[in-house]
Structure formats: structure tokens, C-alpha cells
Design a protein around this ligand. Structure first.
Ligand code: AGP
Length: 597
């Protein structure tokens, strides 16, 4: 997730674009850059926060320009990988948000035609592609180029020979345009940097291309046919806008999950060979992680064992490094959204000292873990501002599914037909998560009786036992209610002594082989007068009779059920914390990356 700003008007564009980038910094902050069209096309860019760019910026005169703040997906954060990019002639500049899935094939073709590349990014391919198609009409070159592109983009382009003109297009990445009362043409990834200019916006839809000039813009499709989109009046202040109208970043990030899942899968379900990330002789996996990432690892154990037939153990990173193992024989997979958790980094160092290969799963390109581990899979969730991990966690699961598919195919533990079905089911997850999000009001209703509880127990079995652990962790970290996750079968071995009418139980029941056992465990806690709320299938009539309320989730293959279950439990935790008036985005005593042991 990156941020784009564009401006065409009569004012000096540079300070306007830099100010705009500052409002978009929450979308990406590993590098930034700006292109100004004056007498010539000028570009400056820098790794790091916008302040780093500002510190070395020299004045560039011109009243048309583009700017970008980057959240790396292809290529680590660096000056060279920062946007904007130019073509070989230096006449064109582009900025891009999204992922070009077929960039390798396009790049090879362009290299063969004599184009030269300076960065590791997928984005640079676009500017050369547009150059290849440029015959004097910028919009036509962009249209023709984009027809060859597979992937997602919000892309904006300026050209030395077209002063006062900006061409932009969208597919699966947001882009909004507007014109101020003074006729300035503005565009951006979201309305945040544009509120000083106008409150009337037109949001591009997938397949739309816009030609923006001073005082006007034209919308068309990739064939050049005009399209019409409504004008929306957005009456937000800056903070509302950064949160996309959501009250908290956490809620916004929960709602971004269909897109985050899509981005994490893009180009990887079939095309990219993830088996290359694991040594050929791997027969055991050890996952090391902390907190929510540890729970992703526990779910990963079920996934890797059942799909790839790999003996998988999971250890808390803070414990692994002090264990007495002299030699490590398993492939060590370190999961960390931030890539900076010192417990996990130290555990990776220890694993390497014990003589094994290491693979990191992280969301932050270029983070410390990526330099320590032998290989990395990026989760592509985009920046997560809320301290409680939501979209970074769900995309960790996606990375594990993809890894398990690849290893299962290689080890022949998944047959071709089974793999085809699993891939289809994985592709359905974004829309199934959207269905869960559509239940927000119902989930809010369940939060009402829970928000006054002192203790809450989450119970599940098999792959949804770790879902219970994660549901409990989410609730305790943001609502400060004591919550525990238990394997449902374990309640009778002790914890049931604590259960009574004041202890709500959240039971996770999907259509899997342990369902009958879950129903029995629900009856056991109900018999002790506990109110029971279930996360379960909409059409599970038997379950509905046993519990107070069912939070419905769509039917999935049980192996994918933690995704839909946990999005529901994230929302539940959020609404409970909201009712308790807690500091949701910055819970007390917690930090987004934990760099102390
Ligand atoms: C998640 O909601 C928590 N804030 C915390 O448990 C977190 O998962 C843990 O600190 C590990 O962080 P990491 O994924 O960045 O390594």
C-alpha cells in the first residue's frame, strides 16, 4: 500500500505535493519521491520517511507534479527503488501503487527491445512499457501499455511534452480526482491530501483512466470510450480521512482484509514457485514467533502437517533461543509482522548457530528479519497502524497456505485435483471475509453482553484451538478483559471450575470432524449456567439451539476456517473495547514492534 498525490494548477507544485505526502504517510513510509514538470522533468527521491526527502530536497520549479510515498513490495526500500521512475529518454515519470504480476515477462521483453532498468521494482516495468507505446499521445500510450498488464495498479504519469496534463488509471487500487474552486486539478490515493482543495471527489473504478488538466478531467476506459462516475461530497476532517471514515485504524485494517488477502495471493497461487524457499530435503519444520504471529504458527502447524505431511512444531521465540538443543535439523520458519521483534530475530540467529536454514514470513520489506533469515516470504498486508495485529495476521496465514500448497505438491502429499480445489477455495476467501464483515452489526450486538464481563473463555478444537487463543489475545489486548483460549476438551480438566453465569464462553464450531465433540463441550459449560456465544455456520440449526447467539461464518474447507472465524473475533474484540471506551489503536503497555527482550 503506497500513497500517490498529483497536482496541476498555477501554484508551485513542490510544497503542495510534499504537504500532500505528509498526509499520506500512514499509507507507506519507507521511501518517498516527487517529480515536477517545469521547463524540464525533474525528479528527486529518497529512502526513508518524508522528512528524509525534505531534508535533501532542492527547489524544483513547475506547476504540475506527482509524488509518492512507498510501502515496499518488490525490492527493498532504497533511493533507487523509490518512485517516481522515468523511461529511457527521461521524458516520462510515473508513480504506482499495486503489484504487477507479470512484470518479469514484460521486463524481459522490454530488455530485449533495449530498455535499461535501474531498480528491482515491478513498477519500473510500467514506465518502459508506456515509453514503448508512446507515439505522441500520452493517454493512448498508457491505455495500450495497461492492456498488457496483469495485476493491480493505481498509476499516474506525466510527460515533458504534455505540460499541464496528468494521466492516471486504476485497477484494484484506489484513486480519486477532483478540481478545486480555483480550477486546480488534484488526484491522490485517497481524499486525505486533497481536502484543502475540494470536498467534491470522483472515485475511479477498475478499468478507468483519467486525463486531468487544469479545471477539468475526462474519464474513459482502456479502449478510450468515455465513462461517467458520480461526484461524491466528502465532509471529513483530515483525521477521519486518514482512517477512511472509520473511527479507528484497527477497524479500517479489519475491513481492509479482503484486499490484503488478495494482494498476498496475487501472482503466487500458481505462478510463483515457493518451493524454492525451502531446502529440497526438508522433512521437518519448526515455527518460531511471538504473540499473534505465534498463533499464526500454531494454525500453520495444522496446515503444514495436513497438506504437506511435514512434522511441524511451534515454539515461542523467546523460549526457543534458551532451549538446550545443540543442533537444529528442522527448517526454521520465523513469523513476525514487524520483522523487528528482537525475540524472533535472536531465535533466528540461534537457529543458524545450530546449523539450520531459516525462512522468514514478514510484512515489512527490508526489516531486520529479512537480513537475518536465509529466505523471506512477504505478506503484502500494507502498513498496519493499529497496535493489535489484524490484517498482518490473516495474511501470515495466507503465506502459510501458499507455502503448504507448494511443499505439498512437491512432496506429492496433495494430488493435482485436490490442489486445484484448494486453490479455488483459497481464491474465495476475500469474498467470504467480506461476508463476515457484513455481519458487523450482529457482532456488535454480541459485544454488548460481553463488554461487562471480567473473564471470557474462548474454546475450540483442532485447527480452531489456536483460533481460540488468538480470539482471547485480541480481546485482552484491546479491551483489558481477562480472556483465555482453551482446547474445548481441556475445560473439564480444570478450567470448568471457573465457569458460571458470569463467564461468557465463545465457542468455535465449524463443519469438521470435531464438531460433535464441540457440541458436547458447549453442553457441559451451559450446564454450569455459562452464557455461550458461538462462531459457527449460518445453517447449523443444532448449534443455534444450544447457544445464545451464533455469529455466522460462511462454510469453508475446515482448513481455511480460522480466517473467517478470526475476522469475526477481531470485530468482536473491537466492539467490546469500543463499548469499554478503551484506547483501541494504542492499547496500554503495548507497542507495534517489540525490540526489547
Ligand atoms: C498482536 O496483536 C500483538 N500486538 C503482539 O502479540 C505481536 O503479535 C507480537 O509482539 C509479535 O510481533 P511481530 O509479529 O511483529 O513479531
Amino acid at each position: 500500500m503506497c500513497g500517490i498525490v498529483g497536482y496541476i494548477g498555477r501554484q508551485d507544485a513542490l510544497p503542495i505535493l510534499i504537504e500532500g505526502l505528509k498526509h499520506l504517510e500512514y499509507r507507506g513510509y519507507d521511501s518517498a519521491g516527487v517529480a515536477i514538470l517545469g521547463k524540464d522533468l525533474q525528479i528527486q527521491k529518497s529512502q526513508g520517511h518524508i522528512a528524509a526527502l525534505e531534508a535533501k530536497l532542492v527547489q524544483m520549479d513547475g506547476t504540475t507534479g506527482l509524488a509518492h510515498t512507498r510501502w515496499a513490495t518488490h525490492g527493498r526500500p532504497s533511493d533507487l527503488n523509490a518512485h517516481p521512475f522515468t523511461d529511457c529518454s527521461g521524458a516520462m515519470a510515473i508513480v504506482h501503487n499495486g503489484i504487477i504480476e507479470n512484470f518479469q515477462a514484460l521486463k524481459e521483453d522490454l530488455l530485449a527491445k533495449g530498455h535499461t532498468f535501474v531498480s528491482e521494482t515491478d513498477t519500473e516495468t510500467l514506465v518502459h512499457l508506456f515509453e514503448e507505446h508512446y507515439k505522441g499521445d500520452l493517454a493512448e500510450a498508457v491505455r495500450a501499455g495497461l492492456k498488457k498488464v496483469v495485476g493491480s495498479y493505481a498509476v499516474a504519469v506525466i510527460h515533458r511534452d504534455h505540460p499541464g496534463m496528468l494521466v492516471a488509471a486504476r485497477n484494484e487500487n484506489p484513486l480519486v480526482v477532483g478540481v478545486s474552486a480555483d480550477g486546480e486539478g488534484v488526484m491522490a490515493s485517497d481524499v486525505t491530501p486533497l481536502l484543502d482543495f475540494t470536498h467534491e471527489f470522483t472515485f475511479l473504478e477498475d478499468g478507468d483512466l483519467v486525463v486531468l488538466r487544469e479545471g477539468e478531467f475526462q474519464l474513459m476506459d482502456l479502449d478510450g470510450e468515455p465513462v461517467e462516475r458520480p461526484v461524491h461530497v466528502v465532509d471529513w476532517n483530515l483525521e477521519d480521512a486518514q482512517k477512511g471514515g472509520f473511527e479507528h485504524f484497527m477497524l479500517k485494517e479489519i475491513f481492509e482484509q479482503p484486499q490484503a488477502i488478495l494482494d498476498s495471493m496475487m501472482g503466487r497461487i500458481v505462478e510463483e514457485d515457493l518451493t524454492a524457499l525451502a531446502p529440497p530435503d526438508v522433512d521437518k519444520i519448526k515455527i518460531i514467533a511471538c504473540g499473534t504471529s505465534y498463533h499464526a504458527g500454531l494454525i500453520g502447524k495444522y496446515i503444514l502437517e495436513s497438506l504437506a505431511g511435514l512434522d511441524t512444531t511451534v515454539e515461542m521465540a523467546s523460549e526457543y533461543r534458551y532451549s538446550n538443543l545443540a543442533k537444529e535439523s528442522a527448517l526454521v520458519v520465523a513469523i513476525t509482522q514487524s520483522g523487528e521483534t528482537i525475540d524472533t530475530i535472536s531465535a533466528v540467529r540461534e537457529a543458524k548457530r545450530r546449523g539450520t536454514s531459516t525462512l522468514a514470513i514478514t510484512n515489512v520489506v527490508g526489516s531486520t528479519i529479512t537480513r537475518e533469515a536465509d529466505q523471506t516470504i512477504y505478506t503484502r498486508a500494507g502498513p498496519e497502524i493499529g497496535v493489535a495485529a489484524t490484517k498482518t495476521f490473516i495474511t501470515q496465514l495466507i503465506a502459510i497456505y501458499l507455502l503448504a500448497f507448494a511443499l505439498g505438491a512437491k512432496r506429492r502429499t496433495i494430488g493435482a485435483e485436490h490442489l486445484r480445489v484448494l486453490r479455488e477455495e483459497l481464491r474465495r476467501l476475500p469474498s467470504q471475509v467480506q461476508q463476515v464483515l457484513n455481519n458487523r452489526d450482529l457482532i456488535k450486538g454480541v459485544a454488548e453482553p460481553i463488554h461487562e464481563a471480567h473473564d471470557v473463555y474462548f474454546i475450540g478444537r483442532n485447527i480452531n484451538y489456536p483460533s481460540a487463543l488468538e480470539g482471547a489475545l485480541k480481546l485482552k489486548e484491546i479491551s483489558y478483559i481477562h480472556a483465555e483460549g482453551y482446547p474445548a476438551g481441556e475445560m473439564k480438566h480444570g478450567p470448568i471450575a471457573l465457569v458460571g453465569e458470569d463467564t461468557p464462553i465463545i465457542a468455535i464450531v465449524v463443519d469438521d470432524p470435531v464438531r460433535p465433540k464441540m457440541l458436547s463441550n458447549i453442553m457441559e459449560v451451559s450446564a454450569r449456567d455459562a452464557p455461550v456465544f458461538a462462531v459457527g455456520l449460518e445453517d447449523d440449526v443444532e448449534l443455534a439451539k444450544l447457544v445464545d447467539v451464533v455469529i455466522p461464518v460462511p462454510r469453508t474447507n475446515p482448513i481455511f476456517s480460522p480466517v473467517v472465524v478470526l475476522v469475526s473475533l477481531q470485530l468482536l474484540a473491537y466492539f467490546v473495547a469500543h463499548m469499554r471506551k478503551c484506547s483501541i489503536d494504542k492499547p496500554r503497555n503495548l507497542a507495534k514492534s517489540v525490540t526489547v527482550e
